[in-house]
Design a protein around this ligand. Structure first.
Ligand SMILES: NC(=O)c1ccc[n+]([C@@H]2O[C@H](COP(=O)([O-])OP(=O)(O)OC[C@H]3O[C@@H](n4cnc5c(N)ncnc54)[C@H](O)[C@@H]3O)[C@@H](O)[C@H]2O)c1
Length: 268
């Protein structure tokens, strides 16, 4: 008879989303989505190391996490700089003793432009933050997870633009998010042997400084809303369940998934 997998107790099942005792790193934590996700992880029990290129915008998130009775630090990190990320990861291990969860929220949209005249330095700037930056953070989290004996969660932030083109000048942003999706699948495959789960959340649009250019253009807003079956932009809290799921034991058998949280945009 085949050996049965040990089943969880009712108590273990009830706590399947619990992050108590876990240490998370959230990049872009001073930004809109990063703040929401860092706080969401802390609500479920995680301590959080907050990284952003700008330190002055992280006071509120540190206060929010500490207000929940969890530990938080704020560190200036440029995710495109290998040495900056390496040093920051070493400090997380010094400050918290370990790391279990990485969420790579740092990202930029760049200036949308027609592909035929796209400023190639601007194109590269978007690729650097969104792709190179994600890779560097994953590299040091993965190395630390392996050093710790395996296990660990990585959640990248992709986009609906990583699945589908758009007439509105997304040659840089869309390409970068397609690369983030593929990087997620690559790392999931490569690090499965270490029991590291690597997944991505792919949002549709929500209103932040990154999407101000769209929000300021009523015709663009109309185009975006027409593509979302649920008929509205996302709210920040729409992403927390997905993030906690991918950070917790609930998703231990899930890896390489690009989880659309997009009001049905990719389905329609
Ligand atoms: N807003 C949307 O509609 C939308 C849709 C899909 C995906 N996303 C993705 O969500 C993520 C967060 O976006 P947001 O809308 O909250 O934007 P945001 O501008 O509010 O936050 C982004 C944060 O990243 C930080 N950052 C930028 N470059 C950095 C660097 N080199 N090193 C470290 N930190 C850096 C910024 O300082 C900022 O705090 C991005 O990856 C974005 O592509 C956003």
């Amino acid at each position: 008879m085949a050996e049965e997998t040990p089943r969880k107790t009712v108590e273990e099942l009830r706590n399947i989303f619990d992050l108590t005792g876990r240490v998370a790193v959230v990049t872009g934590a001073g930004g809109t989505l990063g703040h929401a996700l860092a706080k969401g992880l802390a609500v479920f029990g995680a301590d959080v190391a907050c990284w952003d290129i700008k330190t002055d915008i992280m006071n509120d998130i540190v206060a929010d996490i500490e207000g929940l009775g969890r530990k938080a630090t704020a560190t200036a990190v440029n995710v495109t700089d290998d040495a900056s990320v390496k040093g920051a990861m070493e400090n997380v291990v010094k400050d918290f003793g370990k790391v279990n969860i990485l969420v790579t929220t740092a990202g930029i949209s760049g200036n949308r432009q027609p592909a035929e005249t796209f400023d190639i330095d601007e194109w590269q700037r978007v690729m650097d933050v969104n792709v190179r930056g994600t890779m560097i953070c994953c590299k040091y989290a993965g190395a630390e997870y392996i050093k710790q004996g395996g296990g660990g969660k990585i959640i990248t932030i992709g986009s609906v633009r990583g699945f589908a083109g758009h007439p509105g000048g997304y040659a840089a942003y869309g390409t970068s998010k397609g690369a983030v999706h593929m990087l997620t699948k690559q790392l999931a495959t490569e690090w499965a042997k270490y029991k590291i789960n690597v997944n991505s959340i792919a949002p549709s649009i929500f209103w932040t400084p990154l999407t101000q250019q769209v929000r300021d253009d009523p015709a663009m807003v109309k185009i975006f809303m027409a593509r979302i079956p649920l008929g509205r932009a996302a709210e920040l809290d729409d992403f927390i369940g997905a993030c906690v799921y991918l950070a917790s034991a609930a998703s231990d058998y899930v890896t390489g998934l690009i989880l659309s949280v997009d009001g049905g945009a990719v389905a329609g």
